[in-house]
Design a protein around this ligand. Sequence first.
Ligand SMILES: C[S@@+](CC[C@H](N)C(=O)[O-])C[C@H]1O[C@@H](n2cnc3c(N)ncnc32)[C@H](O)[C@@H]1O
Length: 244
Amino acid sequence: MDPNEYELMYQVEERHWWYQGMEVVTRAVLNRWAPIPQPRILDAGCGTGAAMTTYLAEYGKVTGVDLYPQALDFCRKRKALRLVRASVLNLPFAPASFELVTSFDVLYERAVSSDAAAMTELFRVLTPTGRILLRLPAYDWLRGQHDKRVHTNRRYTKKLVKELLEQSGFVVEHLSYANTWLFPLAVVKRLGERIFPPKDNQSDLAMNAGIFNNLLKFILASEAPFAAHTSLPYGLSVIAVGRK
Ligand SMILES: C[S@@+](CC[C@H](N)C(=O)[O-])C[C@H]1O[C@@H](n2cnc3c(N)ncnc32)[C@H](O)[C@@H]1O
């Protein structure tokens, strides 16, 4: 990820509509598929630590892992307690160390040279009845300027995520797209960027939605029961729950 992105992420995570709406969606999925208590949670690719120090902490004791020291520095500012610098490709934990692994928008990055190898590692560190909750960006044809900025290597479909889970030994319990209601707007934005490319690779996080922030958050959050209990047919993200 572009190093400047960590600072931006840290600054906006607690108010940007995407993070706030996605938290409501993620909580609904967790409540349905991995309810409290989950004694030991690994947040694989924890970024600047918002999820691990806020809502994930309500489900259990969270350990955050990230490859980049900049990310972990911001986690420390958030007073995260258990932090480890490591790659998801080579985790410094014994087998069966966690009841739940979460990995939000990580496996698609260039720094994850093989998503299959990362999944094998995540499988290994889970207890025999452990679960994984994944979120990944959807559709390769939706690549935009933001993907350049966050070093996207690949984007996914539900089918690809299902294959990824199954090939690493997981039983797929739940699979849905998310960020579905706003999908048409996003498509127009992304395709528009191809016709009128902006001068620099601006991050989507740098776009201030201003007075629409709460409205966009409300729209995304309203998907939560659908994303947790049904399988939304398209969207900007894929979310999946797998059981070992
Ligand atoms: C888009 S951010 C997502 C951060 C956080 N999960 C969230 O939802 O806000 C991707 C994160 O994955 C981390 N990352 C990339 N490659 C990694 C690897 N091989 N091992 C561990 N973390 C990695 C990056 O440093 C970054 O913090």
